[in-house]
Design a protein around this ligand. Structure first.
Ligand code: GAR
Length: 212
């Protein structure tokens, strides 16, 4: 069974969705550890309560990005994971770190990339007046919120939406697609070819994953 290390910075609801899928027997991975760059990340408690090993690599304790990334990589590699899952991990990663985990580093981002990389995605989607918004799971490259897309879920933007209602609609889909993407990885069904992700066998997605 493939082993996974999950990196978080805060609430950890995507991490919870992954742990819940594992507990239900729908995600054939072993979560070796949950690591946060913030000691106060709420998700750390949740993971510990479920008997998962947790660790903190506090970015504030390091003089620069490269030093922090090296310490983080050491902490991750102590668990020798097959896959590293960024679940609301809010740090820009150095090129060396990303290259070290090439092909085995996934991120989830709350927009339909390549639209709205970076922060405040829901506010920006509302300001642009887009009618469709969503989330993206992708392999990580050194560029921010960029890389070969594994799966996306789209949601409508409704007239009465504010940032909170839109964020909640997107987050519900994040909790669906992240376990799905990790399952595909664990089953060895994802292939990277010329910078694109190919999924072996039938896609079997609920059609285009649009839901209100
Ligand atoms: C999620 O919406 C995730 O997509 C986003 O942070 C939130 C974390 O929530 N990630 C990014 O913006 C990465 N660029 P969570 O801690 O409850 O999973």
């Amino acid at each position: 069974m493939k082993s996974v290390v999950i990196l978080i910075s805060g609430r950890g609801s995507n991490m919870e969705a992954l742990l819940a899928a594992v507990a239900r027997g729908e995600l054939p991975v072993r979560v070796a550890a949950v690591i946060s760059n913030r000691p106060d990340a709420k998700g750390l408690e949740t993971a510990a309560q479920q008997g998962i090993a947790t660790a903190v690599v506090d970015h504030k304790a390091f003089a620069g990005r490269e030093l922090f990334d090296a310490a983080m990589a050491e902490c991750i590699d102590a668990h020798a994971p097959d896959l590293v899952v960024l679940a609301g991990f809010m740090r820009i990663l150095s090129e060396g770190f990303v290259r070290h985990y090439e092909g085995r580093l996934l991120n989830i981002h709350p927009s339909l990339l390549p639209s709205f990389p970076g922060l405040h995605t829901h506010e920006r989607a509302l300001a642009e007046g887009v009618r469709i918004h969503g989330c993206t799971v992708h392999f990580v490259t050194p560029a921010l919120d960029h890389g070969p897309v594994v799966v996306q879920a789209a949601v409508p933007v409704l007239d009465g939406d504010d940032e909170a209602t839109l964020a909640a609609r997107v987050l519900a889909q994040e909790h669906v697609v992240y376990p799905l993407a990790v399952r595909w990885f664990a089953e060895g069904r994802l292939r990277l070819e010329s910078g694109r992700v190919l999924l072996d066998a039938e896609r079997a997605l609920p059609a285009p994953l649009i839901s209100p």
